[in-house]
Design a protein around this ligand. Structure first.
Ligand SMILES: Cc1ncc(COP(=O)(O)O)c(C=O)c1O
Length: 391
């Protein structure tokens, strides 16, 4: 029987293997090719009738629609996946993917796929997290791994491996990618099984991780934000980093439609909450760094690090104190500075919130200093926030 591990580089041969053999077998022995249309690998076309909005798949004679759809072997499907990747190259490069379903790492983008019957795909039963890769180090990896473990517990997902194995898999995936600057994203899901609502048929929790190259510099220019009209998630769900990001996506789209960078959520009591993938903070007129409490929003790793690094500014007398508290909209809008904080943006000054100009309408000095603190921390911070990747 063919074994996937035989084709794997040595450094991943001791990875936790799941059902790699079955996966490979199904690729090697495609069943029933008789329905394949001759030369049909590339001749799908989309047809649209005048009174229909959904595209249908059709061939030369669209009256016989069923037989126009080729039945592909596994290898042919992979060929098409490769072709599709070639045709739709985005700006980002995906350098490596780990999947516990494969029990290994792939570097071919076409193979970076997950099972359709994974409960995460069709029911949203999965959690995820990230970590930035800076100069060959993973920034705040342990803080993010702790959070995904917490999220998995809250989503009642049994961990596919223990914490240390998850951490090791993540580091080795970055190592295999050879990526020096970019980001690591990873998911823990209840895994494949069936298409029922209950996860009781899913017996194999899964871990997936992907390395994305990104050499762009962090932007420090001030942005505009608006107040989100999309309802905020209730605290039970807002505090979990689950894959249910529909409200976050709609909120981002709403912001973009208004020429803004992000839409800010208020909680059900009307206090400032967070953005769709970032926390918010303010510098009040009394020179306090003020941040909303984390009990109804995602506990941001970057925001927590900013709170620690900002203590230096209190010691220097540039800030009077640091306060994590309820923040009213009035207090927020009348602040000297407002900033967005998250691992994707680091610290981004806000210069306008709805119609209200924040401070003097320019990037605030504390926001700029905190951005520099984080950038410095990423490059030369302590080992508690910088995990070297052994390439
Ligand atoms: C809803 C939400 N809030 C806040 C954050 C910021 O968290 P972190 O700094 O850990 O990236 C994120 C980031 O993903 C998020 O999705």
């Amino acid at each position: 029987m063919a074994s996937l591990s035989a084709t794997y580089p040595k450094y991943i041969s001791n990875f936790p293997a799941r059902n790699a053999d079955q996966l490979f077998d199904s690729c090697l022995f495609p069943r029933n090719q008789s329905l394949m249309k001759k030369g049909s690998l590339g001749d799908l076309r989309i047809v649209r009738s005048s009174n229909q909005t959904e595209p249908m798949i059709g061939g030369a004679d669209s009256t016989d629609k069923q037989s126009d759809i080729p039945l592909l072997s596994c290898l042919q499907a992979i060929e098409r996946l490769k072709q599709n990747r070639e045709n739709n190259r985005g700006k980002q490069q995906f350098l490596a993917m780990y999947s516990s379903i494969f029990g290994g790492i792939v570097t071919d983008e076409a193979a970076m796929v997950i099972p359709m019957d994974d409960h995460m795909v069709h029911r949203g039963h999965g959690v995820f997290d990230t970590a930035a890769i800076i100069n060959g180090h993973l920034y705040e990896l342990d803080q993010h791994v702790d959070r995904i473990v917490r999220s998995a517990t809250m989503a009642r997902i049994v961990l596919p491996f223990d914490r240390e194995t998850i951490r090791r898999v993540l580091i080795q995936t970055v190592s295999a990618s050879k990526c020096m600057n970019g980001s690591l994203r990873y998911w823990i899901s209840v895994g494949p099984g069936d298409f029922q609502l209950s996860p009781s048929g899913c017996h194999q929790p899964a871990l997936y991780a992907i390395v994305i190259e990104d050499k762009s510099l962090f932007d420090s220019s001030g942005v505009k934000v608006v107040t989100s009209s999309i309802p905020i998630k209730p605290p039970q769900f807002a505090t979990v980093k689950s894959v249910n990001y529909l409200p976050n996506v709609l909120s981002k789209m709403e912001a973009e439609e208004q020429g803004a960078f992000a839409a800010i959520w208020l909680d059900n009591d009307g206090f400032v909450a967070e953005g769709p993938n970032m926390n918010v903070a303010f510098v009040t007129k009394e020179k306090e760094l003020l941040m909303p409490e984390f009990d109804k929003i995602l506990s941001g790793c970057t925001a927590k690090r900013v709170l620690t690094l900002a203590e230096g500014l209190v010691r220097e007398g540039k800030l009077r104190r640091i306060r994590v508290d309820n923040v009213s909209v009035d207090e927020g809008r009348s602040a000297d500075e407002m900033m967005l904080i998250g691992s994707g943006i680091l610290v981004r000054p806000v210069i306008q919130w709805d119609e209200q100009v924040i401070g003097d309408g320019k990037e605030g000095p504390i926001s700029k200093t905190l951005l520099n603190f984080i950038l410095e921390d990423m490059k030369s911070g302590p080992s508690s926030v910088r995990v070297p990747v052994p390439y």
